[in-house]
Write a protein of this length. Structure first.
Length: 75
């Protein structure tokens, strides 16, 4: 799974959590409200993982480009 997929799933989990939390609050269902809070936290974590994966991929590409540039200068 790439970073974009993680971020997309994270946004979905966060939205699902918001709905569960709101419904739980309106109906007085504390368990549903807690599930919503957990889903929101899980969604935020997935988004952070996705952002980190994307940043690592960009850093890897930049390092590869720097090595290629250095090789070209030596040749």
């Amino acid at each position: 799974m790439d970073g974009k997929d993680d971020r997309r799933e994270g946004r979905f989990d966060e939205a699902k959590g918001n709905v569960k939390e709101a419904v739980g609050d309106m109906t007085g269902d504390e368990e549903l409200e807690t599930q919503g809070q957990k889903d929101r936290a899980k969604g935020k974590a997935k988004q952070a993982v996705g952002t980190t994966k994307e940043a690592a991929g960009k850093a890897k590409d930049a390092a590869r480009d720097a090595v290629e540039t250095a090789k070209d200068k030596l040749d």
